[in-house]
Design a protein around this ligand. Structure first.
Ligand code: GLU
Length: 320
């Protein structure tokens, strides 16, 4: 072969190799959106950490955490297919599955991965507001959570134990960050928050203002639990927030991770495995991430597990 022929052949081979790599079918890249909550809550940092775990450990998948109005909005987004994963309260997941409360139709697209950590209903005000009990909220301006939040449902149910409706208050639908700002500026008298403790929004208020948490004691719990069995009694430890010297009682629900029933078994298996094998990263994102345990993942789970999660739990000997 002449030298020029050899060069031509080499060039052609090179072109063929380049074309092959440029057009070869690649395994499809899958995008997963994780619906969280507002930036001053706990869902957002934990959802962000989960997205990072998925991006690093599950090949062919790109995950992102989205800010949202939280639980109720998240269920609706998952049902309409605009997100694939979501953090939600277990009471809201139950209402969704059964078409109760704010859901007029059962949401059948919802599948469970795990219950995660307690979310405490925190009734927050400032020292000197004169608000010492739930009943003192009558006539006041109160933030009841973002539109579409689980917080808002909890606020409504808890107020009802005292015969209080929104007609007895001036109600503002605010995110945690907006509520913190409004409380500091004196635009509202109190705010409800349902979130893992410590919650960034409350820490933010406490950093500059004398924050006060109003107890929700056994009287409130006893009235609530007959109609709404997902509430549990909890204690907010002293020192959870700056200037909070005494422990106090409240009620809590559980945070959960849910996924769309439409997701393939293998994908959810890989996501579940990646999450449980990297729990230290969730613990680093927020203190409540340390509560997440494989052995407790199915406790208080009000909806069926996704088959991919079931396979992982079966392998690990977790009962469900
Ligand atoms: N549980 C809250 C809700 O659904 C959100 C909590 C959070 O953002 O950490 O309203």
């Amino acid at each position: 072969m002449k030298r020029t022929h050899l060069i031509l052949v080499l060039v052609l081979v090179l072109v063929a190799v380049v074309v092959f790599f440029a057009v070869r079918p690649r395994p499809e890249e899958r995008f997963l959106s994780i619906a969280t909550g507002g930036v001053a809550g706990v869902y957002y940092p934990l959802g962000g950490a989960l997205a990072e775990i998925i991006n690093e450990k599950v090949s062919g998948v790109t995950a992102t955490a989205e800010t949202t109005g939280a639980s109720v909005a998240n269920v609706r987004m998952l049902a309409e297919g605009s997100v694939e994963l979501a953090l939600v309260q277990n009471d809201i997941a139950f209402y969704a599955l059964n078409g109760r409360e704010m859901f007029t139709e059962p949401v059948t697209a919802l599948r469970g991965v795990a219950t995660l950590y307690p979310e405490v209903i925190q009734l927050v005000t400032l020292e000197g507001s004169g608000i010492n009990t739930l009943g003192d909220l009558r006539g006041k301006r109160v933030a009841v959570g973002a539109p579409g939040s689980g917080t808002e449902a909890n606020a409504r149910q808890i107020l009802a134990t005292q015969g209080i409706t929104y007609a007895d208050l001036t109600v503002d639908y605010l995110s945690f960050a907006e509520a913190a700002g409004s409380l500091k500026d004196g635009h509202i008298d109190a705010a409800f928050l349902t979130a893992g403790i410590p919650t960034a929004a409350v820490m933010d208020i406490a950093a500059t203002h004398p924050v006060k948490l109003v107890p929700l004691g056994s009287d409130v719990y006893n009235l609530l639990v007959t109609d709404y069995p997902f509430y549990a009694r909890v204690t907010i430890p002293a020192g959870t927030y700056r200037g909070q010297d005494a422990q106090l009682e409240s009620v809590a629900v559980m945070a959960m991770l849910v996924v769309s029933a439409e997701l393939p078994e293998n994908l959810v298996y890989n996501v579940t495995k990646a999450m449980f094998e990297n729990l230290d990263r969730l613990g680093a994102a927020h203190a409540r991430g340390k509560d997440i345990k494989l052995e407790k993942a199915t406790e208080g789970l009000p909806i069926p597990l996704h088959p991919g999660t079931e396979r992982y739990f079966r392998e690990k000997g977790v009962g469900f």
